[in-house]
Design a binder for this molecule. Structure first.
Ligand code: SAM
Length: 265
């Protein structure tokens, strides 16, 4: 009888001890060897700073507002958890559904090419992770609209942007080929997936004096990055910004309108 009571007390004591001892995994569940959250944030901040100095500035980005945005937006929170250690390398990363978050230098270059001004309305086609939209939203006085065709990406980007405090970005799920006519004209349009021609609806929705930055080329191949400026009267002035590699623009719009796109120079 006495030994049964002792056994019961021992079992109770063991159970209490187990309940009070912290599990091996850290609260974030990233594993016992991961640094604590503050230290982890510091590491990413340092990596982001190195990315800006060693890549973005070194490769010729000079717009201080763009550099500040690249220093500010936590790219590691826009990539899948198992890619976070690579978040500040200068290359695209997979974000699921066969899509990618663009290379940081290209994000900075395209943002600089948009020549944004206070009060500008900018439309992005291809929200993806939401990273480019967040960079645009960091430019003072700019209103951001963004469209994503893959429903799951549109949903996760919207939630991510909201949770990071980017509550004023207008997100929409749909085929960006057609733009967002209800909010046109736009002072700037950036396309982050490549069509094989320039979508006429985007040209139509560009304000006079507006800038369109877009990769154009055949699917599955390299493309040319174009900057177009809409002159008074509607004529487009074209600037060839060099070769790039983007995922293709998908959806019905681009397929149906192949013969009706704006002709390249
Ligand atoms: N800007 C994104 C970011 O910061 O993560 C990366 C863009 S990723 C290179 C291209 C994105 O364009 C993909 O998410 C893809 O689903 C989207 N896309 C492709 N065709 C589209 C279309 N017709 N309309 C809207 N989004 C499209």
């Amino acid at each position: 009888m006495l030994s049964n009571l002792t056994l019961a007390l021992m079992l109770l004591f063991t159970a209490l001890l187990a309940a009070l001892t912290p599990a091996c995994a850290s609260p974030s569940g990233v594993g016992p060897t991961a640094p604590p959250p503050d230290e982890e944030a510091d590491i990413f901040t340092q990596q982001r700073e190195s990315m800006v100095i060693e890549t973005i500035e070194r490769r010729g980005i000079t717009d201080e507002r763009v550099l500040k945005a690249m220093r500010t937006v936590p790219r590691h929170l826009f990539v899948p958890e198992d890619q976070r250690d690579h978040a500040y390398g200068d290359y695209p990363l997979p974000i699921g559904y066969g899509q990618t978050i663009s290379q940081p230098y290209i994000v900075a270059l395209m943002t600089q090419l948009l020549e944004l001004k206070e009060g500008d309305k900018v439309l992005e086609i291809g929200t993806g992770s939401g990273y480019q939209a967040a960079i645009l939203a960091e430019i003072p006085g700019v209103e951001v609209y963004t469209i994503e065709i893959i429903p799951a990406l549109a949903k996760s980007a919207r939630e991510r942007l909201e949770s990071l405090g980017y509550t004023s970005i207008h997100c929409k799920e749909g085929d960006g080929y057609y733009g967002w006519p209800e909010h046109a004209p736009f002072d700037a349009i950036i396309v982050t997936a490549a069509p094989d021609h320039v979508p006429q609806p985007l040209v139509d929705q560009l304000a006079e004096g507006g800038r369109l930055v877009i990769p154009v080329g055949p699917p599955g191949s390299y493309q040319t990055l174009w900057k177009f400026v809409k002159r008074p009267g509607g004529e487009l002035q074209a600037f060839n910004m060099g070769g790039v590699a983007f995922v293709p623009l998908t959806g019905e719009g681009v397929k149906e309108s192949r013969e009706h796109g704006w002709p390249l120079p």
